[in-house]
Design a protein around this ligand. Structure first.
Ligand SMILES: C[S@@+](CC[C@H](N)C(=O)[O-])C[C@H]1O[C@@H](n2cnc3c(N)ncnc32)[C@H](O)[C@@H]1O
Length: 316
């Protein structure tokens, strides 16, 4: 059997909030299956549950197929981007449970060969779907310096974006940007020495920004949350695990809107509105990992789980 490298985060809390009834014959959509950690937990904890296991990345999906083979035919695999999947939802039955565990998996850093890790001599690619779209190297070459700096600042919240962007572009022109490791070295040289000695690798934020842009993560997330909520069965639950503030802000904002929180239509002529609530928050505050989980599984440190239940009387 395939031995996974990624450990599912917030496993107990995710099951508690999303799969409370083990006798249920619910339909579960794992929108970000990865190596199948959460899907396996749901399938093994609820013997009558069926699952649709989705991922954009064919490399990691092969691993999930191997790992979850023992659950066939209770699991169906779909390779697709989650926003496109929910926009053209292809099944007749609507899901009762939907989970998003955002970002990428340890597998991507360690075993994918996709250039996600700044310590690997792999092409600077970062595409989840490597059959389509532009690689990170293409992106660096295709933007002007200011656009690249803005992108690194916006998606990575990287304060040295203005010196990193020209350094990356110069290295690309000189043929120095052949690998992810080379890109990380260029970034490290472009920032002040004190920053290089900080607790984060100096390329962490820039790599996050490039990966987010290459895979259009912010755009896909917002589209997918809306699409997922509309296909969700009334009474069903939608959970999202996010790992950084940009993602969590988008999730929080989306859920606020769905629970009918007051908002202003026009910032110059504030006209407060109440929209009808379509859902109910099951996590007024996001759920985080406890000290024991963080010790055992350090990537859980920044995980935040938010869950919303769709109202039974659906508003069309
Ligand atoms: C954090 S990992 C999921 C780990 C999984 N929950 C587990 O326990 O093994 C996120 C997964 O979502 C996939 N992914 C990221 N963005 C996606 C998108 N827009 N559409 C579909 N899959 C996506 C990635 O390829 C990755 O495998």
């Amino acid at each position: 059997m395939y031995k996974a490298i990624h450990r599912p985060v917030l496993a107990a809390e995710t099951l508690r909030l999303l799969a409370p009834d083990v006798r249920s014959d619910a339909l579960f959509v794992d929108a970000t299956t990865g190596e199948g950690g959460h899907t396996e937990l749901f399938l093994s904890s609820c013997p009558r549950l069926t699952a649709i296991a989705l991922d954009a990345d064919a490399r990691i999906q092969e691993k999930a197929k191997e790992r979850l083979a023992c659950f066939l035919p209770r699991v169906t695999f779909v390779r697709a981007w989650f926003d496109e999947f929910f926009a053209n939802y292809p099944f007749e039955r609507r899901p009762d449970i939907i989970l998003f565990d955002l970002g990428i998996s340890i597998f991507h850093y360690e075993r994918s060969g996709g250039g996600f890790s700044f310590s690997k001599d792999e092409p600077l690619d970062m595409r989840l779907d490597s059959s389509n779209g532009k690689s990170a190297a293409d992106l660096i070459g295709g933007l002007d310096e200011r656009e690249l700096a803005d992108l690194i600042f916006r998606y990575g919240e990287e304060r040295y974006s203005r010196s990193i962007a020209p350094a990356l572009q110069k290295a690309l022109r000189n043929g120095r940007l052949k690998t992810a490791r080379a890109a990380a070295e260029v970034i490290a040289e472009a920032v002040p020495p004190a920053y290089r000695r900080g607790h984060l690798h100096p390329a962490t934020k820039s790599f996050q920004a490039l990966r987010m842009a290459v895979n259009d993560e912010p755009g896909r997330l917002v589209r997918a949350l809306n699409g997922a909520f509309s296909v969700l069965n009334p009474g069903g639950v939608l959970g999202v695990i996010s790992f950084h503030s940009l993602e969590d802000r988008a999730v929080k904002q989306f859920m606020k809107t769905k629970v009918g929180e007051r908002h202003s239509v026009n910032k110059y002529r504030p006209s407060p509105q109440f929209v009808a609530a379509e859902g109910e928050l099951l996590t007024p505050k996001p759920v985080s990992a406890d000290a024991a989980e963080i010790k055992e599984n350090p990537p859980s440190r920044s995980a935040k789980l938010r869950v919303i239940r769709k109202k039974k009387d659906e508003i069309e």
